[in-house]
Design a protein around this ligand. Structure first.
Ligand code: ZN
Length: 176
């Protein structure tokens, strides 16, 4: 059985809320939320999803970098569920890169993000995990993390000229 949710679109209030910390990682409710996030993400070309995007204001994200039509040069990784994630930049180095969002269809933009970050999160078994992320996967993490604080990637665009219609982005064959 699959549980597929609609994806909250820009303008929806839930995308602008600060999401709540998950207290009981292994509760049936949280398990259900994660299943809906996994099944919903699987129906898209996305490389990550945050719980607010399925209308649930809780601090849960899934990072699932893989090459897709939307991100052809994305590295392949096992989709990872991260509960109550946190991060710190390992250097002040930021780089602009292209992003899109399932909540903002048809748009791509250049967004500055930290290149290297150290992350912490709780996994589905309740274990505290640590990892070092860089480049595109670090970018996905920072994008999804922003969703938990009521931010979207357009909030971080430095120049409106860095915003493209997806059709133009694809026409110019810009890489990720
Ligand atoms: Zn997004």
């Amino acid at each position: 059985m699959t549980n597929i949710s609609e994806i909250a679109q820009l303008g929806a209030k839930v995308l602008r809320l600060k999401a709540q910390v998950v207290a009981d990682v292994r509760s049936a409710e949280i398990l259900q939320v994660i299943e809906i996030m996994q099944d919903t993400l699987a129906t898209t070309q996305g490389v990550g999803i945050a719980a607010p995007q399925i209308g649930v204001s809780k601090r849960i994200i899934i990072i699932a970098s893989r090459p897709t039509a939307r991100y052809p040069s994305a590295p392949l990784m096992t989709p990872t569920v991260m509960i109550n994630p946190a991060f710190q930049a390992l250097s002040d180095n930021k780089e602009k890169g292209w992003e899109g969002c399932l909540s903002i269809p048809g748009i791509r933009a250049l967004v500055p993000r930290y290149k290297e970050i150290l992350i912490h999160y709780t996994d589905q078994q309740g274990s505290l995990m640590e990892a070092r992320l860089e480049e595109f996967v670090a970018r996905i993490f920072q994008h999804e993390f922003d969703h938990l604080d009521g931010k979207v990637y357009l909030d971080r665009v430095e120049d409106n000229r860095d915003i493209f219609a997806e059709s133009e982005y694809l026409k110019h064959s810009l890489s990720v």
